[in-house]
Design a protein around this ligand. Structure first.
Ligand code: FE
Length: 284
């Protein structure tokens, strides 16, 4: 018997200024939801007003985490001090493992279509926090897309859906990251490994999730829906379609010491990161 995951919390994204003045909507990494082990942060930076995003994210460090950038519209140019550079365009994903350290900039490009995209931070377990930095850049046309029998359209960024493997692999948290579009008056189900932390980020339309009792909970965009434990998620739609990110990952159950773009296990490791930055030994 499979158990349906029920709504645990529904979170309204908070408006936050980040980088050099980018206005974004944050739903993980706030006072309401500080840490959803192993997920540290979820930002939605959609805007058609260039004043909201053109300042971008100039040179900044990361250590101990992964940043996952998924762009639906527009583009973000990036470069780091290791010599990596590129552009993340519509439908593309970048899964960046900062490991022991990168210094990079991420600059949304001013375009008539504006920018629509998300950044998720995934914590690294202690044993790989100081690993070599790594990028998995996947272009839109390399992300597997499935048309489900329930009518849903699913883009498999990471994890496995049926026999289809996601475009990104070998990630410590064993994550699932899929982009799901459910048409009107449909029911969608997907398995999620029991014990994994899971959430849906609803960014288009409305959808109904099973509530903690026998009730159904109607959610309208934009909302983070944190799901309780179980084996599968069930989402139904009414007259409107719904589109959401469905993300899950294995919790680390490790202590965290968090300081801006560094997430380590102890305060001393944060001090070390700051010291490495001061000495210019942060990036090797
Ligand atoms: Fe960054």
């Amino acid at each position: 018997m499979s158990e349906t995951r029920r709504v645990e919390t529904i979170v309204e994204p908070q408006s936050v200024l980040e980088g050099a003045g980018v206005k974004l909507q944050r739903s993980i990494g706030t006072r309401a939801v500080n840490y959803l082990d192993p997920f540290l942060l979820l930002d939605d930076f959609g805007s058609h007003d260039k004043r909201d995003y053109e300042a971008g994210f100039p040179l900044h460090p990361h250590r101990g985490i992964e940043t996952v950038t998924y762009i639906l519209s527009g583009a973000v140019n990036h470069k780091d001090t290791l010599g990596n550079s590129g552009s993340i365009g519509a439908g593309d994903i970048q899964w960046m493992t900062s490991g022991r350290g990168i210094l990079h900039e991420e600059m949304p490009q001013v375009r008539p279509e504006g920018i629509v995209g998300f950044q998720l931070w995934v914590n690294l377990p202690a044993k790989v926090k100081m690993t070599r930095p790594r990028y998995q850049d996947v272009r839109a046309d390399r992300i597997p897309e499935i048309q489900g029998k329930d009518g849903a359209r699913v883009k498999v960024i990471a994890g496995r859906v049926g026999e289809v493997r996601g475009a990104v692999s070998d990630i410590a948290a064993d994550p699932t990251y899929i982009d799901v579009l459910v048409p009107p008056r449909s029911a969608y189900r997907a398995p999620i490994p029991r014990g994994h932390t899971a959430f849906a980020y609803l960014f288009e339309g409305r959808a109904t999730f099973p509530g903690p009792g026998h009730e159904e909970v109607l959610v309208a965009r934009p909302r983070l829906v944190v799901l309780g434990d179980g084996d599968e998620v069930r989402v139904t739609t009414g007259d409107e379609p719904a589109r959401f990110l469905l993300v899950s990952g294995k919790p680390l159950h490790e202590p965290i010491a968090r300081y801006g773009p560094f997430v380590m296990n102890t305060r001393a490791e944060i001090e070390q990161a700051l010291e490495d930055l001061r000495r210019g030994t942060f990036v090797q």
